[in-house]
Design a binder for this molecule. Sequence first.
Ligand code: GDP
Ligand code: MG
Length: 460
Amino acid sequence: QLTTGLESAWNKLRGVDVLTKENISEPMRDIRRALLEADVSLPVVRRFVSSVSEKALGADTIRGVRPEQQLVKIVHDELVQLMGGEVSDLVFTKSGPTVILLAGLQGVGKTTVCAKLAFYLKKLGKSCMLVAADVYRPAAIDQLTILGKQVGVPVYSEGTEAKPPQITKNAMEEAKSKNIDAIVVDTAGRLQVSLLCIPFNFQPKVTAHGILIDKAMMDELKEVKKAVNPTEVLLVVDAMTGQEAAALVTTFNIEIGITGAILTKLDGDSRGGAALSVKEVSGRPIKFVGRGERLEDLELFYPDRMAQRVLGMGDVLSFVEKAQEVMRQEEAVELQKKIMSAKFDFNDFLKQSQNVAKMGSMSRVIGMIPGMNKVTPAQIREAEKRLAFVESMINAMTAEEREKPELLAESRERRIRVAEESGKTEQEVSQLVAQLFQMRAQMQKLMGMVQGQEAIAGMG
Ligand code: GDP
Ligand code: MG
């Protein structure tokens, strides 16, 4: 696992005062090995390691920050940069339907992504139509039709006789006439590397990157692209692809030109190498990740979250200390006092949520409160989800209600109103209110313990 390799890298730096060429050489070897084991391609690893080394040696020593923490931070920041730095969402055209063309090998999850994107677009309030341009298997059209029904969006199809470029062009005209905001085009991905699976019309072409390409498929994609000039050409990549991901992305980018990628099946036990290679080799970001087979299992890709996941949260890294470095000490103390006082209200709750979001993870904050244990990555993901959920309810409260949670505790009408405005149930609002009071009580108990310990220490 990447995490284990990196952990041994950090451990080797414990006790050193400053990062030097000598003392980073071994940790850098560990990082290099860890990345290779995570299926990151060699050229990407090389560039990454040399860039991290350079930054580590050039970094000024920060008072109060240990060298290994500094290296963690540098590696983290480089990982974020490697993956594109920022989240990048779909781009829409100003007028006319936005065309999103999906490309990728067979079985990577293109058709599934079509439906997931339709679901995502619907949530954004955009109307959308799916286009069946994978005409080589009748089953593919059926699959898309069923998925379209599930999401509740129209599916445009001309059966298996028509040609994909023409289908797509007609679909766009139809979308235009019906004022549909976006169309998502499902295409065929017939590349098969195994010789036994090569169909008769397969004209293999070995690219400079050593990838076998079904030339007919690439040409057809180019034709489709030419016919409709898509705003987004997204390459769907299976997260399990591993080392070949770099060559695959490079090839598709050179052949058809992509605007981004979607990484699917991240819920499996993939080693994440593909995530780290895409941007570096194509200059194009990963826009979404797929984490399961359900419609809602598609999320925007956040490079910083992925970097944290790659590094391993919780006990591997001194994230608590890193948090202190990010969040100013006074602010932390202030918040902690507030949390522990009876005045902790929904404003504090929200501020805390926002701080937490800013720092990317709950564990660091929780870790700062004495007496609480660090949490596992699964708990962190759960907490992140919970955060968004809670925020929408707090946003629906009045200023007075936020300051005086009692108001909500006492009035059912108020809770119902908050529930309606935030699209949650009354029960969910009641639970949130109860949670705030529970937190207050817990914090005060905890503070009692801390003070008690101080008193005992004082006696000695
Ligand atoms: P296509 O050939 O590229 O169109 O791939 P499909 O959309 O038909 O998907 C192939 C298989 O992968 C199906 O069984 C999907 O349910 C599954 N699949 C797609 N996306 C994901 C994902 O994010 N996670 C998991 N576990 N399975 C997925
Ligand atoms: Mg398909």
